[in-house]
Write a protein that binds this ligand. Structure first.
Ligand code: PGA
Length: 256
């Protein structure tokens, strides 16, 4: 395996200080087992202050933010800036998650601005793309995903995508228990990959392509026998250490 395999736990609006501390204590105990598997946890931003110090020299466990503002400082009540993320050793930021697109009305334009501020400040963007159920039924998955990436390429150039993470997350599979069919996922990721490849082969190969949507320790096995998917974005199953660790073990079993 040439590229890192990367799994991201997205805790969304869940967890307590106690839960975070106990989760990271357990994670610390397994860090030597991880080999070329990288783990990124997007805990609620308010808790990162309690754990970031122990991750300063970490080689395979990192923190992600679930969002970032487009402004660096100023009168923007309630927002968090990219410099604040850097201050707390946060290496990744989730952008364009369907929940932010839906509940916070984030458009491709806003996502592209957030992308730029992250890229410029060397925080790895995790760009989420995915279609809704109607679009899926109309066979428009690829079209929709591409439209969610194209604006970034148009505004900042293909090279801005170097080493980013692109997570394919069909909206209908997020938090529903309906995990997408692995063949469908592979088909869509392959198409996205080929599109980027046509623009720049090297950039396409540097990107980590993930799947996200109701992944758990049972269904993950169906996604591991291919060279297209380089990781997973995991919501629910990342909240409890035991279920997350079961996923980690399944992946490690395949990476060997
Ligand atoms: P889920 O969430 O694993 O609970 O479906 C995935 C996500 O929203 O990233």
């Amino acid at each position: 395996m040439t590229k890192d395999f990367l799994i991201i736990g997205n805790w969304k609006l869940n967890g307590t200080k106690k839960h975070v501390l106990s989760f990271f204590k357990k994670l610390d105990k397994i860090k030597d087992e991880l080999s070329n598997l990288k783990i990124v946890i997007a805990i609620p931003i308010i808790y990162t202050g309690f754990v970031y110090k122990r991750l300063i020299n970490s080689k395979n466990i990192f923190l992600s933010a679930q969002n970032v503002d487009t402004n660096i400082y100023g009168a923007f009540t309630g927002e968090i800036s990219i410099k604040m993320l850097k201050d707390l050793n946060i290496k990744y930021v989730i952008l364009g998650h369907s929940e932010r697109r839906f509940f916070h009305k984030e458009t491709n334009e806003i996502v592209s601005e957030k992308f730029f501020i992250s890229y410029k400040n060397k925080i790895t963007p995790i760009i989420c793309v995915g279609e809704n159920i109607e679009e899926f039924k109309m066979n428009k998955s690829y079209e929709v995903c591409l439209s969610q990436i194209k604006l970034i390429i148009k505004k900042f150039g293909i090279k801005s995508l170097r080493k980013v993470v692109i997570a394919y997350e069909p909206i209908w599979s997020i938090g529903t228990g309906y995990c997408a069919n692995p063949n469908h996922v592979i088909k869509i990721i392959k198409k996205i990959k080929n599109y980027i490849k046509k623009n720049n082969y090297e950039i396409s190969n540097s990107i980590i392509y993930q799947y996200g949507g109701s992944v758990n320790h049972n269904n993950i096995i169906d996604f591991l026998d291919n060279k297209i998917i380089n990781g997973f974005l995991i919501g629910n199953a990342s909240l409890k250490f035991n279920s997350f660790y079961k996923i980690i073990k399944k992946i490690l079993g395949k990476l060997k």
